[in-house]
Design a protein. Structure first.
Length: 566
């Protein structure tokens, strides 16, 4: 595998320009310390890969005076599971990155975060509110009208401190009280209208057990955790831009922080024919609309890994799309282009017929078997060659024959001639059908003089070349043909706020066929990549494949619909 990131980026985006200026000015002693802070409440998706590549990539670009932390924001125990923690670690490592000794959890800081909240109370900058969540929402105001102060806003620091201690001691029920920052109920930024920074939650935590029944909110825990870890650059997606003033308010008003990070935002990845919401992805899983988080149709990293996407392709894709300050929509074709570009270099080639139709070479000796030498990968001579059996009866793909050809069809037709790749030319002499009129067999003759690319003598030039497998030697292998999960480019937008995005699920997103494949494929190891010649790139399913019985997932079709502008 190639290096996770180049030592020097090919071009500077606005984030890298900002960091380069900080380093040049000696800010933070020239250090670049970033973090990837996922919530362990679901599986990571391709959108997270953009953030992973950015944060861990920066640490590599500025080595050795840099590092990237992996920190789990485990502040909501009702939605978090160890399964998610383990999957996130696996995903980050699969992408080619390593956090080393810098693995952290927000729960590591629960005691310190509690102490910082007490400090804000003592300063008169936080108070305990008895209002219900509904009342807090109702009094928050709107974008055009200010909020209404809580009747409990002017409690004394002493009373607030005592109440907060009782909250921690478990004397109140969920939702009975909250701790709010005391900022500005008339602020044009809704996030500064006395945001809730602690809530009561009697729930078992996967790391701290039952030690706590109050938990910090994300907007409170995130900046203070950054500061405690010495993070220099807190890089977030664009939806957190309006949260930045609260981030800065907390950094400026809490004393004794060992670091002073600052937050900057970039546009998240939006991909066509995909949904990125964890909530919606969870629904797909829970409702059985897909076969789990690692279903190869899912945009989760575990899903695309099982489909056969490679880490190098994902890193290349993330580098190509770059960073912007404005939302945009990225074509799925671009992602698939980078997958093809990477697989083309190292995927071994095999012959596979997905929709077999039998061909009998009537002038080929019965019982004779020969072996044709073919390259394992024309892109890499070091991969060597293999021997493919050829006999009187073959299979070709039904798409390579047309009884009544349309204009421009250059494959096999009645009376027409094509070349069997790496073998010789054949001419279709007869079409055999069953009682229902279905084609069951093609009877052809072969021209022995056309081996090794020799042209037919006395006949027109052959325009078509097709792949094939020997019927007597072909292996029957299950192949899963995955396609786009949705039928429209933007299922979220098309459904609207009140609509159901699942109405756009593609009923043809998975087709399972039994393919005829050359016998060498039976030794395929789970997790190995192949190009089925003239068909596409396929991946031996790492979960369902068995020794001697591989199952293949279609990674991408062979045709590249994306054109790179020169």
């Amino acid at each position: 595998m190639s290096d996770p990131a180049p030592a020097t980026p090919a071009s500077l985006d606005f984030i890298r320009e900002m960091i380069a200026a900080d380093v040049a000015a000696g800010r933070n002693g020239g250090q670049v310390i970033t973090r990837f802070p996922p919530e362990p409440n679901g599986y990571l998706h391709i959108g997270h890969a953009k953030s992973i590549c950015l944060n861990f990539g920066l640490s590599l670009e500025h080595a050795p005076n840099s590092r990237c932390h992996l920190r789990f924001d485990d502040t909501n125990p009702t939605k978090e599971e160890v399964e998610y923690v383990e999957s996130i670690m696996e995903d980050v490592k699969w992408l080619g990155f390593d956090w080393g000794d810098h693995l952290f959890y927000a729960s590591d800081y629960f005691e310190k975060l509690y102490g910082f909240a007490v400090q804000l109370i003592e300063k008169g900058l936080a108070y305990v509110d008895d209002q219900t969540p509904e009342q807090i929402r109702e009094t928050r105001g709107t974008l055009t009208t200010p909020g209404t102060a809580s009747p409990f806003r002017e409690r004394s620091p002493e009373e607030n401190k005592a109440l907060f201690a009782r909250m921690r001691a478990g004397e109140f029920q969920n939702g009975e009280k909250v701790l709010r920052a005391k900022i500005d109920m008339a602020s044009p930024n809704m996030n500064l209208r006395d945001p809730v920074i602690y809530r009561i939650l009697h729930a078992h935590h996967h790391r701290t057990g039952d030690a706590w029944c109050i938990y910090p909110m994300y907007d409170y825990a995130h900046p203070l955790s950054d500061a405690l870890e010495g993070i220099t650059h807190s890089l977030c997606t664009l939806e957190f831009e309006h949260h930045r003033p609260l981030y800065e308010w907390l950094i400026n008003n809490v004393d004794g922080l060992p670091g002073a990070p600052y937050q900057r935002e970039f546009a998240r990845l939006n991909l066509t024919y995909t949904v990125m919401s964890k909530r919606k992805l969870l629904r797909l899983v829970k409702d059985g609309l897909v076969n789990g988080w690692d279903d190869p149709r899912m945009p989760t990293l575990s899903g695309i890994r099982r489909r056969g996407y490679t880490p190098a392709a994902i890193r290349s894709f993330c580098k190509a799309i770059g960073l912007t300050k404005y939302p945009s929509l990225t074509e799925l074709n671009l992602l698939e282009h980078h997958v093809r570009e990477d697989l083309n270099k190292h995927a071994l080639r095999v012959y596979a017929v997905l929709k077999p139709i039998k061909v009998v070479l009537t002038n080929y000796p019965e019982g004779q078997v020969e072996h044709v030498e073919v390259p394992n990968n024309p892109e890499n001579e070091a991969d060597g060659k293999r021997q493919v059996p050829l006999s009187r009866e073959l299979y070709i793909d039904a798409d390579d024959f047309m009884e009544t050809p349309v204009q421009g069809f250059h494959r096999l037709v009645p009376g027409g001639e094509v070349r069997l790749k790496y073998a010789f030319c054949i001419i279709c002499q007869e079409v055999i059908k069953d009682a229902a009129g279905n084609i069951t067999e093609l009877r052809c003759t072969y021209d022995d003089a056309t081996r090794h690319g020799a042209k037919p003598i006395g006949r027109p030039k052959v325009k078509g070349t097709i792949h094939w497998v020997s019927a007597a030697h072909a292996a029957d292998v299950e192949v899963r043909l995955y396609d786009k999960l949705f039928t429209v480019e933007q299922p979220d937008e098309q459904a609207g706020e009140d609509g159901d995005f699942t109405q756009f699920l593609n009923p043809a997103s998975l087709e399972v066929v039994t393919a005829k494949i050359e016998p060498s494929i039976l030794s395929a190891k789970p997790g190995s990549h192949y190009q089925f010649e003239r068909v596409g790139y396929f991946f031996a399913d790492p979960k369902d494949s068995q020794p001697g019985k591989p199952i293949f997932n279609r990674t991408v079709q062979l045709k590249d619909g994306f054109v790179v502008k020169k």
